[in-house]
Design a protein around this ligand. Sequence first.
Ligand code: GLN
Length: 454
Amino acid sequence: ITVTDLVDESYKRINEVDGKVQAFLTLNEDKARDYAKQLDDAIGNRSEYGLLFGMPIGVKDNIVTKDLRTTCSSKILENFDPIYHATVAQRLNEAEAVTIGKLNMDEFAMGSSTENSGFQLTKNPWNLETVPGGSSGGSAATVAAGEVPFSLGSDTGGSIRQPAAFCGVVGLKPTYGRVSRFGLVAFASSLDQIGPITRNVEDNAYLLQTIAGVDENDSTSANVEVPDFLSALTGDVKGLKIAVPKEYLGEGVSEESKQSVLAALKVLEGLGATWEEVSLPHSKYALATYYLLSSSEASANLSRFDGIRYGYRTDNAENLIDLYKQTRSEGFGNEVKRRIMLGTFALSSGYYDAYYKKAQKVRTLIKKDFEDVFEKYDVIIGPTTPTPAFKIGEKTDDPLTMYANDILTIPVNLAGVPGISIPCGLSNGLPLGLQIIGKHFDESTIYRVAHAFE
Ligand code: GLN
């Protein structure tokens, strides 16, 4: 099999199914084929190959790719061609992966269903009437639909794990700082992380291995050793101590989600692990804390889209202030505007202490909840989401119900720890996800547990 065969197969599948699934915003077909040929021509003349040699990959559209349109699914960046590669894109090149195209998402990664895209509606391949989850809905749907075996997503409050759960694939949010954010269009800089979405745990470890590690272009990337994640895939969980937060099996979580988690715990018990119920008492404040902090950071980060520096510029401006206002009014969608308004309000003088500062304090308490549990346990396990994928349009009129979807994933971002979602049974023919949360920089243990199910 040649790299050209793999790349052909990927575009063939995209031609067959993407009309329905609509995961891709931009294809990189000519360049991908040229690159495949170049890799094929050199086969045999070399002794070493990149870690992802010849592997087709799709990239979420908030990760900048040199000379390949990057829109964040926003009209305001509709025709934006970056002049540099994000560090992760650079690392994919070094690993000799082949970039197939860019994937649909909620505009600027704000959402839980990919319905906030400014361009198209991605469908869940399991049932085209349901959402793929979000904001990395394109990244999860494309892997589930068999278009590409690997994709990158980003996760600020659940945007890798929730769509992975809805689409029945494996998605990891690494520890904050594990992967460089250089070239990831910022939503909430203290929470954002790029991570791998794949069909199985082994592929996931390969992709994390490729993108992880300190980067001089991102001062928040951590200078800690990147272990060999593949060597963790032993299937051995004997003696492992698992914590199951009672808040994660409580109110609002469907009976089927609960049962699937309990069944998974049984499997792990059978392999020699033990589990106990614990409490993360501040979980109930996580949603409010997250929406204040993430919107505050977003309001600052998105101020750079002014009609001057990037992408879209209005035609109807009388003067400079008008140009900013019109460009932003016409370019941003409703959800993005809602977040900018909320964040601007929370950061304004007179309200700052009551909202932003208070939320920062609660964030510290939420982080401490996790630290306390991790003193005694190796991993935390629960469902990824309260329910399986919902119907398209079902929650678009009610932002608060939409926000509640991330109730089990958001605390993980606030604490900065890593978490994975792996497939864990079906409910009415739709996938459910099991979430495994680890200690800071301990993705290896997460992979070890996740791999025990394969
Ligand atoms: N759904 C959450 C939000 O809308 C999380 C998004 C994300 O992780 N990027 O903010």
